[in-house]
Design a binder for this molecule. Structure first.
Ligand SMILES: [Ca+2]
Ligand SMILES: [Ca+2]
Length: 95
């Protein structure tokens, strides 16, 4: 597989791993999302330390309002995070 294909497969793997922990295997509950963020995005989570921010994040992610995060909603989040990282490194590189 190419690098990009590997990256995509890994995103799917990560989602499946955490979404399968409890309840619906196709969606992340609040608890599952929290575990995912703690394990996979520890640096990001330390920047949104307060619980309110994490709750707000989930509400923003949950586009269809079912209180869970499905794969589509998760991918939008990953894409948004990737854009932020890209911008960050671009700014860093230009200095
Ligand atoms: Ca689940
Ligand atoms: Ca949802």
């Amino acid at each position: 597989m190419s690098e990009l294909e590997t990256a995509m497969a890994m995103i799917i793997d990560v989602f499946d791993k955490y979404a399968g922990a409890e309840g619906n295997k196709q969606t992340l509950t609040r608890g599952e999302l929290k575990t995912l963020l703690e394990k996979e995005l520890p640096n990001f989570l330390s920047s949104v330390k307060d619980k309110e921010a994490a709750d707000k994040l989930l509400n923003n992610l949950d586009e269809n309002g079912d209180s869970e995060v499905d794969f589509n909603e998760f991918v939008i989040f990953v894409a948004a995070m990737t854009c932020c990282c890209h911008k960050y490194f671009e700014q860093k590189g230009s200095k």
